[in-house]
Design a protein around this ligand. Structure first.
Ligand code: DGP
Length: 114
């Protein structure tokens, strides 16, 4: 896949407010937050989208979600709760083609989403 702004953040070529990192996952605050807490979790191994993921990425996807939950728990967000979102491709609202999980918290979420 081609490089994205998130690849540059992983390589520290552009700044980001990084809040979590382990061997496989990096997390940083969204530039355009949609909630009091809005953090993006990305795999360090680039995958363009959820649609581009295959069985070879199964472990990585698990690590990505578990890192998100671990961070939410550590930050006291699991209770009262939070929302995770993965936008996929154009109609799904995806703008950066490096798979990422949005973690949104700090306010009451509504349904349906826009
Ligand atoms: P999506 O629409 O699901 O592809 O979400 C992409 C998100 O990435 C969007 O909420 C804004 C955020 N974003 C885009 N460029 C940057 C950046 O350079 N730094 C940070 N921190 N966030 C960015």
């Amino acid at each position: 896949m081609s490089d994205t702004i998130f690849g540059k953040i992983i390589r520290r070529e552009v700044p980001a407010d990084i809040v979590f990192e382990n061997d496989d996952v990096l997390a940083f605050r969204d530039l355009n937050p949609q909630a009091p807490v809005h953090v993006l979790f990305i795999p360090k191994q680039a995958v363009a989208s959820l649609d581009a993921a295959g069985t070879e990425h199964a472990e990585l996807l698990g690590k990505l979600l578990l890192a998100t939950a671990e961070y939410a728990r550590a930050e006291g967000l699991a209770e009262p709760g939070y929302r995770t979102v993965i936008n996929c491709n154009e109609a799904g609202g995806q703008t950066v083609y490096h798979l990422h999980v949005h973690l949104l918290a700090g306010r009451q979420m509504t349904w349906p989403p826009g």
